[in-house]
Design a protein around this ligand. Structure first.
Ligand code: KIV
Ligand code: ZN
Length: 525
């Protein structure tokens, strides 16, 4: 059997479906470029039919990276057309179409009689729909992937029929998702083996697996899939994704690398880029990595107890199965300071995964010199945060121009803000229970918005009193969450930046939804 493993990264599609993780188009493009450096084989860049912003992101990524870009589509012509239009100018393109195949999904989504009166009829409709839509996708591109959504809970013999139909229609990759994270590793592996042994022409296509982590088994299930014949893994950086997330890219890749004595299979991943990619994704999504997370958590290579430290000093292998360097972790060191020049900054940022030119470099350098004045020693993590924060640059719908907060133990906290709103300056003031509350109230008044604040988190980026404070604010409106991240040596200012960034994300999403509505109405007329 082929011993090359295809890594299909869906951080920008399934990963972005994590609550609050909405990314801007430019953030997605930057992440895609870093994924290319990491050497993933395929980037699933989004779901183009779902919003103009998703369409733009997929189109831009497809035009700007050299790896295969996949666009997601339901088994509907309108979706497949949008997917194709978004990737058509790219170098290497894949349409990824899917149908729901478990009885839970079929009865839930195709309950209407027009899909058939009985469950058996509805199942037939799904097979026909899948066949027709793979054929339709093939009229646009050669590389078509078909997914049987909720395959983990799909009747096995019915799954064989659906998969056979998709292969007959021309699918080149068949993906078996455990959409609800329900299966056990042995059971999931047996499912893959059954398909391998019973589906006609299965050896002409690549079997893929896509596992969710609801029971904490996404990585184990993915590996069991590999052991039984899967050669494509769908995964995300830091394991982010719907609910409990997807299988974590870094865990699968490192498990195969560390235990190559039992897996005769390799991916092309440049493991030295794992940490950079992980931090980039965490910074832009605002989803912090738990300290004990395997491979990329802050404690993944920390040895605390005296016995362990002593063992490590004598021989690293006593307690270490892989070196931190393999995943790109370097001992924190001072990289830059107030006398560093623009070229030095550009070169260091490039090593960390950020490519900057022209005006963007000038703006970031300006922010860097201000930080270096306050902080003297600028570490890699400060630079990463600075880059995330530079997304708050003045090209948003709402930009903070000025803020003043007044507080103390015996006064009523009061805040005043001046914000550029769609190019116009607005100012307002408000009081609150504390300085941050007063600040958020003043911003709400200035922008005439009142989102619910779901969570508010402050952490220091590096050590020391002058460390940068990073604030992440998650807001919620109309059943959707948006996270903003702000950074400053002043945590109150960081709070304002984070809150305004979250509001900008919400606003962009709502405005782009309105465009879709207008298009639908015009189309209807
Ligand atoms: O989890 C799932 O089933 C999916 C499909 C769209 C592949 O994300
Ligand atoms: Zn999924």
């Amino acid at each position: 059997m082929n011993n090359q493993l295809i890594i299909f990264d869906t951080t920008l599609r399934d990963g972005e479906q994590s609550p609050g993780a909405s990314l801007s188009v430019s953030e997605k493009v930057e992440i895609a470029k870093q994924l290319e450096k990491l050497k993933v084989d395929i980037i699933e860049a989004g779901f183009p039919v779902s919003s103009p912003e998703q369409f733009d992101a997929v189109e831009r990524i497809s035009n700007e990276v050299g790896v295969t870009v996949a666009a997601l589509a339901r088994s509907k012509e309108i979706d497949i057309k949008a997917a194709y239009n978004a990737i058509k100018n790219g170098e290497k393109k894949r349409i990824h179409t899917f149908s729901s195949t478990s009885d839970y999904h079929i009865l839930g989504k195709f309950g209407d009689d027009r899909y058939g009166k009985t469950l058996a009829d509805k199942r037939e409709t799904v097979i026909k729909m899948s066949y027709d839509m793979v054929k339709y996708a093939k009229t646009f591109v050669d590389d078509v992937e078909f997914s049987a959504e909720d395959a983990g809970r799909t009747d096995l013999n019915y799954l064989v029929e659906v998969v056979e139909a998709a292969i007959e229609a021309g699918a080149t990759t068949i993906n078996i998702p455990d959409t609800t994270g329900y299966t056990m590793p042995k059971e999931f592996g047996e499912k893959i083996a059954y398909l391998k042994n019973n589906v006609k022409n299965i050896n002409n296509i690549i079997i893929s697996v896509h596992c969710h982590n609801d029971l904490g088994l996404a990585v184990a299930n993915s590996i069991s899939g590999i052991e039984n014949g899967a050669r494509q893994i769908e995964c995300t950086v830091n394991g982010i994704g719907e609910r409990a997330g997807n299988a974590s890219l870094e865990e699968i890749v490192m498990a195969l690398k560390v235990r190559k004595d039992i897996f005769d299979i390799e991916s092309k991943i440049n493991t030295k880029e794992i940490i950079n990619t992980s931090k980039l994704v965490s910074g832009y999504t605002g989803i912090i990595i738990q300290p004990n997370k395997a491979i990329v958590g802050e404690n993944a290579f920390a040895h605390e107890s005296g016995i362990h430290q002593d063992g490590m000093l004598k021989n690293r292998e006593t307690y270490e199965i892989m070196t931190p360097e393999t995943v790109g972790l370097q001992k924190t060191k001072i990289v830059l300071g107030r006398h560093s020049g623009r070229h030095g900054l550009k070169a260091r940022l490039q090593e960390l995964g950020y490519t900057l030119e022209g005006d963007e470099l000038i703006k970031v350098y300006d922010a860097f010199t201000k930080l270096a004045d306050k902080k003297k020693e600028v570490y890699d993590d400060d630079l990463r945060i600075l880059m995330g924060d530079s997304k708050n640059r003045n090209d948003e719908i709402f930009n903070l121009e000025y803020m003043h907060v007044f507080g103390g133990s015996s006064t009523i906290p009061t805040a005043t803000v001046r914000i550029k709103r769609d190019g116009e300056i607005v100012e307002d003031s408000a009081t609150g229970d504390g300085p941050v509350d007063a600040l958020f109230n003043a911003i709400d008044r200035a922008l005439d918005k009142k989102p619910t604040v779901e969570s508010y988190r402050v952490r220091s980026v590096t050590a020391g009193r002058d460390a940068l404070g990073e604030v992440a604010v998650r807001i919620r409106k109309n059943n959707r969450s948006y996270t903003g991240v702000g950074v400053s040596t002043d945590t109150i200012e960081a709070s304002a930046k984070a809150y305004i960034q979250a509001i900008n994300k919400k606003e962009r999403f709502e405005r782009s939804k309105k465009e879709v509505e207008v298009e639908k109405v015009n189309g209807g007329i």
